[in-house]
Write a protein that binds this ligand. Structure first.
Ligand code: SAM
Length: 319
């Protein structure tokens, strides 16, 4: 999973699949928009523009360091904007419970370039830094907590599942052996152990040898899949009839969660096909706007190769 904003200048970012998001969310003046993953505000800026001076935009992010981006965005937004710091699963559930309604909701999940590019956050295998990886620096567990305390089986499972790491077992075993001597504190220590745990030929050719383990740890530290699973029902609940939801994901496991959720909620009757009449009475709650995930165009990939793994799905809430 790769970061999905391209730094343009210190204060501006090119958001991924921006035209497609705008087309699918089709924001109209006077509407309420929720950006659940504000980041550098790239998408928010475009969606606020579509409000044409009338409406509201609620920005959510668990990372307090995005606040400076939000403050700049606020000064130029031209509409009513608000920042809510927290996990989108929690914030969206609270908003839904309080009866807050929205017309368009965007989730652009995963990590941002800003987070990856700040070495002290520990997301990158490219520079030695504290083994952290928390999107919310007040969160309880860091990557070091996982690497130093989870047992070999648990480590193997996340490396395999979240990182699709072929040498998951060997790496987990090497980590456990090394931490018996001394715990891990730095990304550099972990990179060294990963390199020694995998066969020499496998260290070349498939990107950096630590890439998949770092991705797996990041997903685990930030409970990224759990967040998405919880957020989607809350987001759909918040939408007014006719409201749109768009989700950009960067990992097949995330995309599967989105696909299954939207398919399930877009289905009507679930009675067995041989029932003469419907007895379940289930009505669809949503209509798919994308049958297949929308991918970045060649033109976008030329500009932002990091968009290669982005997949966008969207749906509209039906009354
Ligand atoms: C890919 S970036 C979003 C980029 C943004 N769309 C833009 O155009 O600048 C993802 C952002 O969502 C935040 N984020 C990821 N998961 C989150 C969660 N569960 N709750 C709240 N914020 C989250 C990250 O902190 C990061 O700032």
């Amino acid at each position: 999973m790769l970061p999905n904003v391209l730094p343009n200048s210190a204060s501006d970012h090119i958001p991924v699949l921006a035209d497609e998001v705008r087309r699918l969310l089709a924001v109209q003046p006077g509407e309420t928009v929720v950006d659940g993953t504000f980041g550098a505000g790239g998408h928010a800026r475009l969606l606020a523009r579509d409000l044409q001076g009338r409406g509201k935009l609620v920005a959510i992010d668990r990372d307090r360091s995005v606040k400076s981006h939000f403050d700049r965005f606020k000064a130029q937004a031209g509409v009513d904007v608000r920042f809510l710091r927290g996990e989108f699963a929690v914030v969206l559930s609270q908003l839904a419970q309080n009866g807050v309604k929205a017309d368009a909701i965007l989730l652009d999940v995963g990590v941002s370039s800003m987070q990856i590019d700040r070495p002290e956050r520990g997301f990158s295998y490219a520079t030695d830094a504290p083994l952290d990886m928390r999107m919310d620096p007040t969160g309880e567990s860091t990557a070091a907590t996982i690497v130093n305390t989870w047992d070999e089986r648990e480590l193997t499972t996340i490396f395999r599942r979240f990182g699709e790491e072929r040498y998951a077992k060997q790496i987990a075993r090497a980590i456990v052996r090394r931490r018996e001597e001394r715990p891990f504190f730095r990304t550099g220590d972990l990179v060294d152990v990963i390199k020694t745990a995998i066969p020499t030929p496998a260290r070349f050719g498939e990107g950096h040898p630590a890439k998949r383990v770092f991705q797996a740890l990041r997903i685990a530290v930030n409970d990224e899949l759990g967040q998405l699973e919880e957020a989607l029902p809350a987001a759909l609940e918040m939408l007014r009839p006719g409201g749109r939801i768009a989700v950009i994901s960067f990992h097949s496991l995330e995309d599967r969660i989105v696909k299954q959720f939207l398919a399930e909620r877009s289905k009507g009757c679930t009675c067995p096909p041989d029932f003469p009449v419907c007895v379940c009475g289930k009505e669809p709650e949503a209509r798919l706007l994308t049958r297949k995930p929308v991918r970045a165009s060649d033109a976008e990939l030329d500009l932002n190769p990091r968009a290669a793994s982005a997949r966008l799905r969207a749906a509209v809430k039906v009354s």
